[in-house]
Design a protein around this ligand. Structure first.
Ligand SMILES: NC(=O)c1ccc[n+]([C@@H]2O[C@H](COP(=O)([O-])OP(=O)(O)OC[C@H]3O[C@@H](n4cnc5c(N)ncnc54)[C@H](O)[C@@H]3O)[C@@H](O)[C@H]2O)c1
Length: 326
């Protein structure tokens, strides 16, 4: 399958919600024409307004120029017609709700409506790309591109290969994502959790287990992570860390400690009990601890400011953001 490599590919994003509008923003900012599809005009209007608002914040932080912030939204055109979204697109990214039947149906339709050279990807967080593609004919051009939220501030995108994906489709996705300022990684197997979520949830399982075992409380678990290895993680992944520590010592520690760690294959009983009691976290005002509306808003704001600060510093150093357009 021949793919263009210039920075002028037509992008389509299917679903303009939390992830879809952010993905559209990334490509529009990097000079691509983007078509955004959803079921209602009001959803599309809200999405484009969110892009404008996000870019204004970027400009205020000096991450992009005011000129780029005002030019990029005009590259996004909205449609309520899936065929129109599909027909000219070189790269179609699906970001509709996490529902297998819905995703299968959308890919089946996109497969028949799009041009043969188009690459089709799903932004699913957890679902099998192989299963999503199962109702489509041209499975070789269907892959996963798992962006993280918010997609315009978190650099990683997991590019997920299935047994059917053609190698040139993976190369195309890696290349176009790099040119859009992202850091794509190649996940060579279509496995649950891809790469990063497997590690995130392994940590989460152990964190809950530590509290279940009465070793310490929730707040102390978070403090222990944030003020120890969490501080190193942006600079030192576990593989480099193993080499730094020495593989002999790492092995000795693992042989000693692993039998004591949680290896449950089901969700935590503690989590299950909270959910059964309607204690769902920010959205119900009580989860692992209680949250006022102000506290949960402050937590969201603090995370966003932290991520914006990283983007600002990277833009200043001309590192993998600049998010400036072509
Ligand atoms: N929210 C996250 O943190 C996150 C992170 C990574 C990946 N994802 C994945 O991204 C995908 C989208 O998640 P989201 O959080 O943006 O959801 P969302 O609910 O915010 O947005 C989904 C959008 O899809 C639209 N939609 C629904 N049915 C549709 C249809 N038939 N055709 C076209 N559009 C339709 C909705 O109107 C809505 O605008 C999901 O697969 C999700 O698992 C989410």
């Amino acid at each position: 399958m021949k793919q263009t490599v210039e920075n002028n590919e037509q992008i389509s994003v299917i679903g303009s919600g939390l992830m879809g509008h952010g993905i559209a923003q990334i490509f529009a900012l990097h000079g691509h024409a983007v078509r955004l599809y959803d079921l209602k005009q009001e959803f599309l209007d809200r999405a484009v307004q969110s892009v404008r608002d996000n870019l204004a914040v970027f400009a205020a932080h000096g991450i992009i120029s005011a000129e780029d912030a005002s030019r990029a939204p005009a590259r996004i055109t909205c449609t309520l017609n899936l065929e129109e979204a599909a027909e000219d697109a070189d790269f179609i990214i699906e970001a509709v709700p996490e529902n297998m039947a819905l995703k299968q149906d959308i890919f089946r339709r996109l497969d028949s409506m799009s041009k043969p050279s188009a690459v089709l990807s799903s932004n699913t967080s957890v679902m099998s790309i192989t299963e999503i593609a199962s109702a489509s004919v041209h499975k070789e051009r269907i892959i996963g591109t798992h962006f993280w939220n918010p997609p315009y501030l978190i650099p990683l995108v997991e590019v997920v290969q299935t047994e059917d994906s053609a190698p040139e489709v993976i190369r195309f996705a890696m290349d176009i994502l790099r040119r859009a300022g992202k850091n794509p990684i190649h996940c060579r197997k279509d496995v649950p959790g891809f790469v990063a979520n497997r590690m995130q949830h392994a940590l989460w399982r152990e964190a809950l287990y530590i509290v279940e075992q009465g070793i310490t409380d929730f707040a102390t678990v978070d403090e222990a992570v944030r003020l120890s290895f969490g501080m190193r993680l942006p600079h030192l992944g576990p593989m480099e860390n193993a080499d730094m520590v020495g593989l002999d010592l790492t092995l000795a520690i693992h042989d000693y400690i692993l039998p004591h760690l949680c290896d449950s294959h089901t969700g935590s009983p503690l989590l299950r009990a909270r959910v059964a009691a309607g204690k769902l976290g920010f959205k119900s005002g009580r989860g692992l601890r209680s949250w006022t509306a102000e506290e949960s808003a402050a937590s969201h704001d603090a995370l966003r400011e932290y991520l914006l600060d990283i983007a600002e510093r990277k833009a200043g150093k001309n590192e993998s953001f600049p998010l400036t357009s072509a």
